[in-house]
Design a protein around this ligand. Structure first.
Ligand SMILES: Cc1ncc(C[n+]2csc(CCOP(=O)(O)OP(=O)(O)O)c2C)c(N)n1
Length: 559
């Protein structure tokens, strides 16, 4: 039988699982892997990044928009530790991400070898499953397990470590095979128990004012159509978490928008509070969504639908739990209810809430005040965005403002924010990953100036790859979110939250981007429009009102 090297077998295994893009950064221990990528005809594109953090964020966003596994790679030691933030984010956000690390040779272990590190221990708490391989013959089965773990049940991240010698040892070619159904996520969907479906349907029939609260699980599962059908049958408002934005078109009369402490407003909170039954779908009912488990109030009747049985009942006393894929669960519930639908609807409640919320927003969005208000930025950006755009929002000003006020007209994944850990510097690399995952869409990253500082190195990547991505920097000369927390919770004792304002447009221009610097509100829409229409990478630097002075849709700064 023919033999391949461990590295060649690994490359073939990725190819057989339908991988087309690998984001990563080279290193000593990766040389055999890179050589295999160079020599074999595999059809995969390698995207060289300037930081492994970025590689992981790119793979994460690639996976979020494409429904395929995102793949990133980095070398031993610093490469592995730099991948970690993106792996943690993906895993907690239920994103199928494969992190490949190369490692020192198994024969060099325990000898103070440069970059030696217990990678398996390092990645264990931030992955669904992980292994550092000790022998090349384990490569094919390990990759199959990795794809099964990433794409089935609750999706998540895995890490595979490839020691230097393992990459060079032989593997039997006959062992190199894959189940192509694992290419897409979710794969091997699971259906809920029929008895639980009947119980939930019976409870829904009795509810006077049921409200859905949808997390990221609806979009991950592709359950948007099933959700809308069921919500319409019940006349039930649909609220979402930040990650759940896109569960339903926000132009739909039942779409209540984002709820919670980050992006929720009193009007959207009132919708949840008025519910006599809350149906959580693909949602962990975490601290931000529920404003620290106060909305819905404890004691509210709960139906909880999730693919992960451990989520159900973790935060609220739950009347009925449905364990399974969101699409299958919602379809089953709808099928069960078909016999006896409810005509009553709560459309007026939603319309009134939205009116109140957007009236207050528009009053500020029309303001000609300088520095430019965040409301104005959202309104002008929305006005020029193509309908199929993908927007990535960093923490700070972008996340709550875009969550609350960008009216996402199309269901599906068009909005991304790294809500598991909210680490700064996500949006720029994530927009690059999203652009590879959905090349037809305009990808826009919106970040604060603090976030810009975390990922500025990838401006070179953007220019080298000539990607048609627009970056929007909301420049306020400080870590605004924390400053706002000091203002509201610590009597304005501002400590170590201000930094000098950089000229982000000049920096980006030096890298080769086309840029605009906007101080006047009247010039904003045009600059954003020109940037978005440009064929190459662009950046709009906006001198903005500091977050701690703004009327942000944030009820709590420490969530
Ligand atoms: C890696 C990382 N470190 C620290 C934080 C804590 N943090 C949350 S928001 C924020 C300030 C963000 O500043 P900036 O990006 O300038 O946006 P702004 O809040 O000013 O709009 C900080 C430091 C974080 N989210 N991520």
């Amino acid at each position: 039988m023919n033999q391949l090297s461990g590295a060649e077998a690994f490359v073939r295994m990725l190819q057989k699982h339908g991988v087309t893009h690998v984001f990563g950064l080279c290193g000593d221990t990766s040389l055999p892997l890179y050589d295999a990528l160079y020599r074999l005809d595999h059809g995969m594109t390698h995207i060289l990044t300037r930081d492994e953090r970025s590689a992981a964020y790119m793979a994460d966003a690639y996976a979020r928009v494409s429904g395929r596994v995102g793949v990133c790679e980095g070398p031993s030691g610093g490469g592995a530790t730099y991948l970690l933030p993106g792996v943690a984010e993906a895993n907690e956000s239920s994103v199928p991400l494969l992190a490949i690390t190369t490692d020192i040779a198994t024969t060099s272990r325990g000898r103070f070898t440069l970059t030696e590190l217990d990678q398996e221990a390092l990645f264990r708490p931030v992955t669904k499953w992980n292994r550092v391989l000790d022998k090349a013959s384990a490569v094919p089965a390990a990759v199959r397990t990795a794809f099964t773990q990433m794409t089935t049940g609750r999706p998540g991240a895995v890490q595979l470590g490839l020691p230097y010698d393992v990459q060079k040892e032989p593997v039997e070619e006959g062992d190199v095979w894959a189940d192509p159904t694992l290419e897409r996520c979710p794969s091997r969907r699971t259906a809920p128990e029929p008895a639980a479906v009947q119980a939930a349907a019976a409870r829904l029939r009795k509810a006077a004012s049921p409200v859905f609260v949808c997390g990221g699980g609806v979009v991950i599962s592709g359950a948007e159509a099933e959700l809308q059908r069921l919500a319409e049958r019940l006349g039930a408002p649909v609220a979402t978490t930040i990650s759940g934005k896109g569960s339903i078109s926000e132009a739909h009369p039942l779409a209540a928008g984002v709820v919670g402490s980050n992006g929720g407003t009193p009007e959207t909170r009132a919708i949840v509070d008025a519910a006599d039954l809350v149906i959580f779908v693909g949602c962990r009912a975490g601290s931000v969504t529920t404003e620290r488990w106060r909305h819905p109030a404890p004691g509210t009747s709960i139906i909880h639908i999730d693919v992960d049985p451990a989520v159900i009942g973790a935060n609220y006393k739950t009347e009925i739990g449905l364990v399974g894929d969101a699409r299958l669960c919602l379809a089953a519930l709808d099928g069960e209810l078909e016999s006896g639908g409810r005509a009553a609807g709560n459309v007026d409640v939603v319309a009134r809430a939205k009116q109140g919320k957007f009236d207050a927003f528009l009053a500020l969005a029309q303001s000609d005040a300088t520095p430019i208000r965040p409301e104005r930025i959202v309104r002008d950006l929305e006005a020029v965005l193509p309908r199929d755009a993908v927007v990535v929002a960093d923490p700070g000003t972008p996340c709550p403002y875009l969550s609350a006020y960008w009216r996402l007209e199309r269901a599906g994944r068009h909005f991304i924010s790294n809500r598991a850990h909210g680490a700064l510097g996500y949006s720029l690399p994530a927009a690059i990953g999203a652009s590879f995952g959905r090349p037809s869409a305009k990808c826009v990253a919106v970040m604060g100036d603090g976030a810009f500082g975390f990922s500025v190195g990838e401006l070179e990547t953007l220019v080298r790859l000539k990607l048609p991505i627009t970056l929007v920097v909301i420049s306020n000369g400080g870590y605004g979110w924390i400053k706002a927390g000091q203002r509201t919770g610590y009597d304005g004792r501002y400590f170590s939250v201000d930094f000098d304002r950089s000229n982000h447009a000049a920096i980006a221009q030096a890298y080769g981007l086309k840029t605009w610097r906007v101080q006047e509100p009247q010039a904003l829409r045009r600059a954003l429009g020109e940037a978005i229409e440009s064929a190459g990478p662009t950046l709009v630097d906006i001198i903005a009102q500091p977050l701690h002075e703004a009327r942000a849709p944030v009820s709590e700064w420490v969530a």
